[in-house]
Design a protein around this ligand. Structure first.
Ligand code: SAM
Ligand code: SF4
Length: 340
């Protein structure tokens, strides 16, 4: 952390001059799946009183929006397993009408998407991300430790029918889905979905060594380019993905997120609010500021002061690396607490 004498800043610009316009909120650490790269089989979840209430999340989101955040993504854990989720989405979604927010989006595993797709559209969402690492039912059940692929495919179809643009997130895993990038891209092209491939990151102890599963995305690109040469696009979604157009599939975008093989921190414009109210300035650092305690002891003003501290403390870059001797910079937090 820098010294307390650093200038107080009520905008959303960090100590390196980066404007923070994007907030990801993990609304719950709970989930109905147990993806092997994300969670351990037996997880201990947070007691309910340690998780921010709907009211607290909405008020903290209001503070961020008032200071200049333009885009909010709701994530988890699995956001759609939180009972009051739709009420929260509607509440934050009202800022879209008022012009305070440009975009409200969601990252979901899709298991409960069919029930909620229309309500998500009505809350103002237009684009969502759905995680899907395999189109093979058995592989899908393996990687999620018991997930039902049909339910997720049904959810994706319902989202499309409701008018939501769906982007598929696929984590690249050596020896698991490294033969399936092209089939997934073709499936996405047939259904009109964008696809983003993600390198696995060392977050939290999952009981499995992700070094063995780590696959640099350069290998996926080589596979795809053998039949569909890629051209870089200037499009940016506000996140860390770089986008490409695949020959013959120009109606969709292929995104690559390469935290390990190609560090993307210089343009980072985001912060993460965990479900227990901590602001993590970087996915790869343990440094955080506790907004829940600030709010519960000092109300909205204390949240603003805590946010000033968070902005000043945002580091320049994450600390992950994967080398011949394993992964470095592993964080103790699981992705479900921080929000992917
Ligand atoms: N449950 C929702 C889902 O799966 O989409 C939202 C939360 S999940 C933590 C968000 C994203 O993080 C998912 O796309 C998931 O694949 C990704 N993710 C989880 N653990 C990861 C890891 N260790 N490395 C890379 N991506 C990870
Ligand atoms: Fe749950 Fe998403 Fe983590 Fe899978 S990646 S265990 S669906 S939170």
């Amino acid at each position: 952390m820098r010294s307390a004498a650093a200038p107080i800043n009520h905008s959303m610009t960090d100590g390196f001059g980066r404007r923070i316009e994007y907030l990801r909120i993990s609304v719950t650490d709970r989930c109905d799946l147990r993806c092997r790269y994300c969670m351990a089989e037996k997880m201990t979840f947070l007691p309910r009183n340690e998780v921010l209430s709907l009211e607290e999340i909405a008020i903290i989101a209001d503070r961020f929006i008032a200071r200049g955040v333009r885009k909010i993504r709701l994530s988890g854990g699995e956001p759609l397993v939180r009972r009051d989720f739709m009420e929260l989405a509607r509440r934050i979604g009202r800022h879209l009408d008022g012009g305070g927010l440009d975009e409200l989006t969601l990252t979901t595993n899709g298991t409960h998407l069919a029930e909620h797709a229309e309500a998500l559209f009505d809350a103002g969402m237009r684009r969502i991300n759905v995680s899907l690492d395999s189109l093979d039912p058995e592989r899908f059940a393996f990687i999620t430790r018991g997930g039902d692929l049909d339910k997720v495919l049904g959810g994706i179809a319902a989202a499309k029918a409701a008018g939501l643009r769906v982007k598929i997130n696929m984590v690249a895993l050596k020896g698991f889905n490294d033969d399936a990038f092209l089939p997934m891209l073709r499936w996405c092209a047939n259904h009109g979905h964008d696809l983003t491939l993600i390198e696995t990151m060392p977050l939290g102890d999952t009981g499995e060594d992700r070094t063995d599963r780590y696959l640099p995305l350069g290998e996926a690109v080589t596979q795809i380019e053998a039949s569909h040469p890629l051209s870089p696009l200037t499009y940016r979604s506000g996140g860390p993905a770089r986008y490409f157009s695949a020959q013959g599939m120009e109606h969709i975008r292929l995104g690559l997120i390469t935290p390990l093989s190609n560090n993307f921190c210089a343009g980072c414009n985001r912060m993460r609010l965990t479900c227990e109210g901590k602001i993590f300035m970087c996915l790869g650092h343990e440094d955080h500021v506790d907004l829940k305690t600030a709010y519960r002891t000092g109300g909205g003003e204390a949240v603003d002061d805590a946010l000033d501290r968070a902005l000043i403390a945002k580091p320049l870059a994450h600390g992950f690396a994967i080398g011949p001797d394993g992964t470095y910079g592993q964080t103790r937090r699981h992705m479900n607490v921080t929000g992917g």
